[in-house]
Design a protein around this ligand. Structure first.
Ligand code: CU
Length: 157
């Protein structure tokens, strides 16, 4: 196929632009690196429940540590991060405190430990529904995931 010079010129420009874009993506990998939410889920609760619990694994593949500062959701009026602790044989929930994920490490939110305390659901959430939740990092970035509502924990990845 014979291309006219203007077409060839445009093609060369496009290829050049793609090369620049992919190069900048590689160079920018460290500052633009974002932690990822894996295995998100919300435990199904009876209709009318005033709070639900959410779980996930936050993986930090980046070269810098990240700190989780909070949680936001369109689907809950008051989402929080809690930790379940046993004191004098009694299980209690506390504010999670400072949550730092080292480079290459994971932070697990799981039953009996760290969890998302999702207070005041703003719409009915039954098994099979999906809650939209994002973690807020201390540097202001957000990490979003859709959390399927289910009765049991998903199989470990
Ligand atoms: Cu809680």
């Amino acid at each position: 196929m014979q291309m006219s010079p203007p077409t060839r010129h445009a093609l060369r420009l496009a290829l050049g632009l793609m090369a620049v874009l992919s190069a900048s993506a590689a160079v920018g990998a460290t500052p633009d690196c974002t932690p990822v939410i894996e295995s998100p889920w919300v435990r199904a609760a009876p209709p009318g429940a005033t709070s639900l619990a959410g779980y996930l694994v936050l993986r930090n593949p980046c070269e810098a540590a990240v700190e989780v500062a909070g949680v936001e959701s369109k689907d809950f009026g008051m989402p929080m991060i809690h930790r379940t602790v046993v004191e004098d044989g009694v299980s209690r929930m506390r504010s999670a405190g400072k949550l730092v994920v080292a480079p290459g490490d994971v932070l697990r939110f799981e039953p009996g430990g760290l969890h998302l305390m999702l207070m005041r659901p703003l719409r009915p959430l039954a098994g099979g529904d999906v809650a939209r939740i994002r973690l807020v990092l201390a540097d202001g970035r957000r990490v979003f995931a859709e959390f399927p509502v289910r009765r049991e924990a998903p199989a470990a990845p």
